[in-house]
Ligand binder design. Structure first.
Ligand code: 5GP
Length: 187
């Protein structure tokens, strides 16, 4: 069975993961798709949370085995969405939720029929810069690269069903909750 797919899209550090975690807590029927990456773990992360962390060699092996529905280079590292987790959720009749970048979202929109997209944008470029710094991204070069790619991503907002400005977590979450409720109604 084809799964319902909810994509949470937007630049790094815009607040996607906190919103996603809250939605998963409130809607236990949603399946969190744990994507794969070759980037190193950050403090506070562990295998499976929020990613399956693999070596580049392993990632390439998975690519050759057609393990991913889509995969992409993001900030110099590889990220990919596993086919098996989505298939399993589909066979259980459960909707999936995926934190993904713009290119990955577009690929999944081509692959699946029942896709709802939520694009999150920061209230300003300055607010995003502050969030990057909070995450420990302090080198000027890295900051500029990420801000530039965030601006490119933000120019793509019109491709998506819902665009939410993540200025205030609680307010943004109220809007996201409505979107999830509507999705579940259409099951
Ligand atoms: P971070 O390394 O900061 O957690 O994530 C970097 C970016 O990669 C985020 O925008 C995140 O949404 C995106 N991302 C995470 N998993 C995937 C995936 O499987 N495919 C693609 N295309 N992007 C992903």
């Amino acid at each position: 069975m084809n799964p319902q797919v909810l994509l949470i899209i937007g630049p790094t550090a815009v607040g996607k993961s906190s919103l996603l975690e809250r939605a998963l807590r409130d809607f236990p029927q949603l399946v969190d798709i744990v994507t794969y990456t070759t980037r190193p773990m950050r403090a506070g992360e562990e295998e499976g949370r929020p990613y399956h962390f693999v070596t580049e060699e392993k990632f390439k092996e998975l690519v050759s085995g057609d393990f991913f529905v889509e995969w992409a280079h993001v900030h110099g590292k590889m990220y990919g969405t596993p086919r098996d987790q989505i298939k399993r959720a589909g066979s259980e009749g459960r909707p999936v939720i995926i934190d993904i970048d713009v290119q990955g979202a577009k690929a999944l929109m081509r692959e699946f029929r029942d896709v709802v997209t939520v694009f999150l944008i920061p209230p300003s470029v300055d607010a995003l810069r502050q969030r990057f710094v909070k995450r420990g991204i302090t080198s000027d070069e890295d900051l500029e690269r990420r801000l530039q790619s965030a601006q490119v991503e933000m120019s793509q907002a019109s491709y998506f069903d819902h665009v939410l400005i993540n200025d205030n977590f609680e307010l943004t979450y109220v809007l996201l909750r409505k979107i999830v409720e509507n999705l579940l109604k259409n099951q």
